[in-house]
Ligand binder design. Structure first.
Ligand SMILES: NC(=O)NC(NC(N)=O)C(=O)[O-]
Ligand SMILES: [Zn+2]
Ligand SMILES: [Zn+2]
Length: 454
């Protein structure tokens, strides 16, 4: 008879294909059995009757800002928030930390900081900026998820936007290294000219900011990035797409055979430009929030499969950077990494009948496949890492400030009624969050994509 470390009994398992009541056994940090009624013995058992057993969420886009700007967030506070929300892996963006991750040395600094304080597993994005092309190989060697470039101003002086030549040559190099390029796709020309004109004319309110970043700026940049990716044979990922037409451009490119994908964020799916006007700085982001109609188009793309992924773009900053009479000068970035799964359960499953299996794909399964971490990550399957979140769908609560584990307890979702309680979160079989509190010491591991150079 088999002997397991842990059996999770009678939960409703959210597998890639369906939801099914079964037992799940874990040994040595891996899922080793999935059966209606497991007969083996175990050191520990969890009764998960009436609970959902989800694959651990993978958040492909956060800014934890450590080292150097830990007072903005940091791996300890950031990963506590993730674990509280059911997220078991994240990919940290190369910018807002100081130094930004642009070479082997800065990669190692960040890897060490993350390893020391992270409750959950992590991947690291490297940066693609003017002047660091020669460093891309050493970053790939160390295991970056891919290379992140900004097509518009990043808001951070030490992370310059990639001009066309940098993007073109960087994509060619990324293709040689077998790594994906992710872009923040907004036209620098359009956004900076519109922002300058508005501010020169003294138009510095929230509406003025919104008008300075039209959907056209996103579409133009996506189109250019897609064109460059096609020319260079580079795999491309468009981060935080805010518009239905943006998603369509990516879907059309994929239909033509290009290796292109995109993500959107919970805020584009749950907040609108009207909310930005009432909430103010806490809801400022780039691209900005859009109309309710645009939000509807994003949901439609989620249902039809052309929008396969959701990531939070958690990008916090201290309070003083979130207050300015000139809205253009307010830090752009929304704090949301603790609420990803619950927002999808509330606005997706509950409100729109989004299947639980699709939620598991959007925020775990697809992410792991796209960034070459499957089959170890992303799904409840035999042999996979035992990254699991237990959710009680019978519960709901109003999001309160005190419940946030962020360094700065701010969120545009405060006061929202969220469906589902995160009962516990397991990373490789270890319970890292339980009863509303972190339940383990930091033990996060660096995740490296498995793909080899082409
Ligand atoms: N420097 C940032 O963190 N920027 C982020 N800020 C947003 N989206 O408002 C981003 O992902 O572009
Ligand atoms: Zn961005
Ligand atoms: Zn970002």
């Amino acid at each position: 008879m088999s002997k397991y470390d842990l059996i999770i009994r009678r939960g409703i398992l959210v597998t890639p294909h369906d939801t099914v009541q079964a037992d799940l056994a874990i040994s040595d940090g891996h899922i080793v059995a999935l059966e209606p009624e497991l007969s083996g013995t175990c050191k520990e058992e969890i009764d998960a009757r009436e609970l959902l057993v989800f694959p651990g969420i993978i958040d492909a886009h956060v800014h934890f800002n450590e080292p150097g700007r830990t007072h903005w967030e940091g791996f300890q506070s950031g990963t506590r928030a993730l674990a509280a929300g059911g997220t078991t892996s994240f990919f940290d963006m190369p910018l807002n930390s100081s130094p930004p991750v642009l070479d082997a040395k800065s990669f190692e600094l960040k890897r060490k900081a993350a390893q020391a304080s992270s409750l959950v597993d992590f991947g690291l994005w490297g940066g693609l900026v003017p002047g660091n092309l020669a460093k891309m190989a050493e970053l790939a060697e160390r295991g970056v998820i891919g290379f992140k470039a900004f097509m518009s101003n990043s808001g951070i002086d030490d992370f310059a936007a990639a001009d066309d030549l940098t993007l073109y040559e960087g994509m060619a190099q990324a293709a040689r290294l077998g790594r994906i390029v992710a872009v923040h796709a907004e036209s620098e020309q359009l956004t900076s000219a519109l922002a300058r004109r508005a501010q020169t004319q003294g138009r510095t309110g929230i509406r003025d900011y919104l008008n300075s970043r039209p959907i056209l700026a996103e579409l133009e940049a996506i189109q250019r990035a897609v064109l460059f990716a096609g020319e260079t044979g580079c795999a491309l990922h468009i981060v935080h797409v805010s518009s239905g037409r943006g998603v369509s451009l990516v879907a059309e490119a994929r239909a033509r055979g290009l290796d292109v994908s995109c993500e959107t964020c919970p805020h584009y799916l749950t907040l609108t430009e009207d909310d930005m006007e009432t909430l103010g700085a806490v809801a400022k982001c780039a691209p900005p929030l859009r109309s309710a109609q645009e939000q509807g188009a994003l949901w439609q793309h989620i249902f039809d499969g052309s929008l396969p992924m959701v990531a939070t773009d958690h990008s916090p900053a201290p309070a003083e950077m979130k207050t300015d009479s000139n809205f253009f000068r307010v830090w752009g970035g929304i704090s949301g990494c603790q609420s990803l799964l619950q927002l999808l359960l509330t606005e997706g499953y509950e409100r729109r009948n989004l299947p639980l299996t699709l939620i598991a794909s959007l925020a775990a399964g697809y992410v792991a496949r796209r960034f070459d971490l499957a089959p170890a990550k992303g799904s409840l399957a035999i042999g996979a890492d035992a990254d699991i979140v237990l959710v009680d769908l019978r519960q709901r609560h109003t999001l309160q400030k005190q419940a946030l584990f962020y360094r700065h307890q701010r969120s545009p979702y405060l006061g929202r009624s969220l469906r589902g309680a995160i009962v516990s979160t397991l990373v490789r079989g270890i319970t890292v969050f339980q009863d509303g509190q972190p339940a383990a010491n930091p033990q996060g591991k660096l995740l490296k994509p498995s793909s080899l150079p082409a």
